[in-house]
Write a protein that binds this ligand. Structure first.
Ligand SMILES: Nc1ncnc2c1ncn2[C@@H]1O[C@H](COP(=O)(O)OP(=O)(O)OP(=O)(O)O)[C@@H](O)[C@H]1O
Ligand SMILES: [Mg+2]
Length: 362
């Protein structure tokens, strides 16, 4: 029995005044599991006795039905403050409806981080997952172009009395937020440290994502303010490091992996993905030219004892697809689409191996 199981069972319980399930409304916190005993805190809008009883009975019923018929449930009910900003911080946690948050990083710039992220997001959607994407590269946002949504603007919506931003959605259903949707595309955005931090915080706190299976975060290259903010703001399930097989990229990838492992960051590295592994001419898909060296990232992964998540070929149409806003993984039955799909599958496997993400971090 995991926290995830409990939350799934509790999704059947609707808070009568908010007319939303109690998980979606973020009313459940502090879940503790001990054998077949579970306890948690629950906030309700109307704490009158009869209402408490109705909702705690419902929790028990659905947990017995969907999780474990012998479950013993102990619920600590409190009243929800009428002012959303005064609600216990637990209920305002960002991204709490998101099951797995994955950061995509690289030490070196230009190794294909954004390309890999866009294709991973799209492959996951193809497999039926609900996926959101934060373009945290506030210095050089590329997601609006890679999803052909340059001229779209995020919306605004009231959620529980709070004004929130709604993400842009690609035609195949990836939800995206990027600083590029707010800034003038012609204008260079020069962010200083604190401004960068603030912009990124807003992407986490003020965007209404709804239910998501995966949230991917495309990081700027290197290690800096944005990376630290991210670790503080987002309950990361893990990080993926992108590298080419070339020595200069590998040295930086090694630093990238090391960054996630330092004590104050301490984010599990799901693995390394090798991009531009070999050049593949599309009219001769059997030919492989290892122009940046062979298996560099594969060997690095072995050396660092992390998983090699995939080897993506350098193919002209991958670049063209990125520029056209239709990620290459959408081109069915091509070797490059298969490479991206295999990579996505390994990411799913790695995520499944980790324990349930902490739902309430910070
Ligand atoms: N496997 C690939 N095959 C062909 N072209 C690729 C491949 N991967 C990336 N590219 C191209 O290489 C360029 C850089 O890729 P991308 O923008 O994804 O890198 P990045 O690591 O996000 O860069 P930055 O550090 O600037 O954010 C892009 O033009 C992209 O289309
Ligand atoms: Mg990029």
């Amino acid at each position: 029995m995991t926290k995830g199981d409990i939350l799934k069972g509790l999704e059947y319980v609707v808070e009568p005044d908010l007319k939303k399930n109690i998980v979606e409304a973020r009313l459940v916190s502090n879940i503790r599991i001990d054998g077949n005993k579970v306890s948690f805190d629950l906030a309700v809008n109307n704490p009158a006795m009869h209402n408490r009883k109705r909702i705690t009975d419902a929790c028990e019923h659905y947990l017995q039905m969907h999780v474990n018929k012998d479950i013993e449930v102990d619920i600590n009910v409190s009243a929800l403050s009428s002012d959303p900003n005064e609600r216990p911080s637990e209920q305002r946690k960002h991204l709490s409806e998101v099951k797995h948050v994955i950061a995509v990083a690289s030490g070196k710039g230009g190794v294909g981080k954004s390309t890999v992220t866009a294709n991973l997001a799209t492959s996951l959607v193809k497999q039926g997952y609900k996926v959101g994407l934060i373009d945290a590269d506030i210095y050089g946002p590329s997601m609006p172009m890679m999803f052909d949504t340059v001229h779209e603007k995020p919306g605004v919506q009231d959620v529980d009395g709070r004004r929130m931003i709604t993400p842009v959605e690609s035609p195949w259903g990836v939800k995206i937020i990027s600083i590029g949707y707010f800034a003038d595309p012609e204008q260079a955005v020069v962010w200083r440290g604190p401004m960068a931090t603030k912009a990124l915080q807003q992407m986490f706190r003020d965007v209404y994502w709804g239910d998501l299976d995966f949230m991917l975060i495309d990081l700027p290259p290197g290690t800096g303010d944005v990376h630290l903010t991210l670790v503080k703001e987002a309950p990361l399930t893990g990080a993926i490091v992108v590298s080419t097989p070339q020595a200069v990229a590998l040295a930086d990838a090694k630093k990238g992996v090391a960054m996630f492992k330092i004590d104050e960051i301490n984010v599990p590295v799901l693995g390394i993905v090798e991009n531009m592994s070999y050049f593949m001419p599309e009219d001769m898909p059997d030919k492989k030219y290892h122009i940046f060296g062979k298996d560099g990232a594969k060997l690095l992964a072995e050396d660092l004892k992390v998983t090699l998540l995939g080897q993506i070929p350098l193919v002209q149409s991958v670049r063209e697809a990125g520029d056209a806003g239709r990620p290459a993984v959408l081109q069915a039955n091509t070797p490059q689409a298969k490479a991206f799909d295999d990579f996505a599958q390994r990411v799913i496997d790695e995520v499944a191996k980790r324990k349930q993400p902490q739902m309430n971090l910070n």
